[in-house]
Unconditional design. Sequence first.
Length: 118
Amino acid sequence: QVQLVESGGGLAQAGGSLRLSCAASGRAVSTYVMFWFRRPPGKERQLVGTIDWNGGSTYLADSVKGRFTVSRDSAKNTVYLHMNNLNPEDTATYYCAARLASATSHYWGQGTQVTVSS
Protein backbone atom coordinates (compact mmCIF):
# COMPACT_ATOMS: atom_id res chain seq x y z
CA GLN A 1 0.00 0.00 0.00
CA VAL A 2 0.97 3.61 -0.45
CA GLN A 3 -0.24 6.72 1.33
CA LEU A 4 -0.45 10.05 -0.46
CA VAL A 5 -0.70 13.55 0.98
CA GLU A 6 -1.17 16.54 -1.30
CA SER A 7 -0.40 20.13 -0.47
CA GLY A 8 0.04 23.45 -2.19
CA GLY A 9 -3.41 24.29 -3.43
CA GLY A 10 -5.02 27.64 -2.98
CA LEU A 11 -6.18 30.74 -4.77
CA ALA A 12 -4.39 32.19 -7.78
CA GLN A 13 -5.11 34.86 -10.30
CA ALA A 14 -5.32 34.14 -13.99
CA GLY A 15 -1.82 34.02 -15.39
CA GLY A 16 -0.38 33.04 -12.04
CA SER A 17 1.37 29.92 -10.85
CA LEU A 18 1.01 27.30 -8.17
CA ARG A 19 2.95 24.18 -7.28
CA LEU A 20 1.24 21.14 -5.88
CA SER A 21 3.14 18.52 -3.94
CA CYS A 22 2.30 14.90 -3.30
CA ALA A 23 4.26 13.11 -0.61
CA ALA A 24 4.14 9.35 -0.94
CA SER A 25 4.88 6.86 1.80
CA GLY A 26 4.62 3.12 2.17
CA ARG A 27 6.24 0.05 0.72
CA ALA A 28 8.01 0.11 -2.61
CA VAL A 29 6.87 3.61 -3.55
CA SER A 30 9.20 3.61 -6.52
CA THR A 31 7.26 0.78 -8.15
CA TYR A 32 4.16 2.94 -8.57
CA VAL A 33 3.28 5.19 -11.45
CA MET A 34 2.16 8.55 -10.11
CA PHE A 35 -0.81 10.47 -11.46
CA TRP A 36 -2.33 13.90 -11.14
CA PHE A 37 -6.08 14.11 -11.72
CA ARG A 38 -8.48 16.98 -11.29
CA ARG A 39 -12.23 17.35 -10.92
CA PRO A 40 -13.58 20.73 -12.00
CA PRO A 41 -16.87 21.85 -10.43
CA GLY A 42 -19.75 19.94 -11.97
CA LYS A 43 -17.50 17.96 -14.29
CA GLU A 44 -15.99 14.53 -14.38
CA ARG A 45 -12.52 13.69 -13.22
CA GLN A 46 -9.79 14.46 -15.72
CA LEU A 47 -6.29 13.07 -16.06
CA VAL A 48 -3.77 15.88 -15.88
CA GLY A 49 -0.43 14.11 -15.98
CA THR A 50 1.67 11.15 -14.97
CA ILE A 51 5.25 10.44 -14.00
CA ASP A 52 7.24 7.39 -13.07
CA TRP A 53 9.93 7.33 -10.42
CA ASN A 54 12.66 5.61 -12.33
CA GLY A 55 13.19 7.27 -15.67
CA GLY A 56 11.03 10.25 -14.87
CA SER A 57 9.06 9.87 -18.06
CA THR A 58 5.97 12.03 -18.04
CA TYR A 59 2.64 12.51 -19.76
CA LEU A 60 0.58 15.68 -19.81
CA ALA A 61 -2.95 16.17 -21.05
CA ASP A 62 -3.31 18.42 -24.07
CA SER A 63 -5.30 20.91 -22.03
CA VAL A 64 -2.31 21.65 -19.80
CA LYS A 65 0.62 20.92 -22.08
CA GLY A 66 2.94 23.89 -22.30
CA ARG A 67 1.64 25.29 -19.01
CA PHE A 68 2.00 22.48 -16.49
CA THR A 69 4.89 20.15 -15.79
CA VAL A 70 5.24 17.09 -13.59
CA SER A 71 8.42 16.34 -11.70
CA ARG A 72 9.58 14.12 -8.90
CA ASP A 73 12.14 14.13 -6.12
CA SER A 74 12.93 10.49 -5.52
CA ALA A 75 14.94 11.23 -2.39
CA LYS A 76 11.84 12.79 -0.84
CA ASN A 77 9.30 10.41 -2.40
CA THR A 78 7.48 13.50 -3.59
CA VAL A 79 5.99 14.39 -6.93
CA TYR A 80 5.07 17.88 -8.01
CA LEU A 81 2.64 19.50 -10.37
CA HIS A 82 3.98 22.84 -11.50
CA MET A 83 1.14 24.94 -12.85
CA ASN A 84 1.90 28.10 -14.80
CA ASN A 85 -0.23 30.54 -16.75
CA LEU A 86 -3.29 29.39 -14.85
CA ASN A 87 -6.74 30.21 -16.13
CA PRO A 88 -10.18 29.93 -14.52
CA GLU A 89 -10.78 26.64 -16.35
CA ASP A 90 -8.03 25.12 -14.19
CA THR A 91 -10.21 25.58 -11.11
CA ALA A 92 -10.69 22.12 -9.65
CA THR A 93 -9.91 19.77 -6.85
CA TYR A 94 -6.59 18.19 -7.72
CA TYR A 95 -5.80 14.66 -6.68
CA CYS A 96 -2.58 12.73 -6.55
CA ALA A 97 -2.89 9.01 -7.23
CA ALA A 98 -0.61 6.01 -7.47
CA ARG A 99 -1.03 2.76 -9.30
CA LEU A 100 1.13 -0.24 -9.92
CA ALA A 101 1.67 -0.77 -13.61
CA SER A 102 -0.04 -4.15 -13.41
CA ALA A 103 -3.00 -2.94 -11.37
CA THR A 104 -6.34 -1.46 -12.34
CA SER A 105 -7.08 0.54 -9.21
CA HIS A 106 -5.40 3.60 -7.75
CA TYR A 107 -4.48 4.77 -4.32
CA TRP A 108 -5.70 8.34 -3.81
CA GLY A 109 -4.71 11.36 -1.85
CA GLN A 110 -7.24 13.56 -0.12
CA GLY A 111 -7.24 16.21 -2.80
CA THR A 112 -6.33 19.88 -2.74
CA GLN A 113 -8.43 22.74 -4.04
CA VAL A 114 -7.14 25.11 -6.70
CA THR A 115 -9.19 28.17 -7.51
CA VAL A 116 -8.18 30.54 -10.28
CA SER A 117 -9.85 33.94 -10.46
CA SER A 118 -10.12 35.98 -13.62
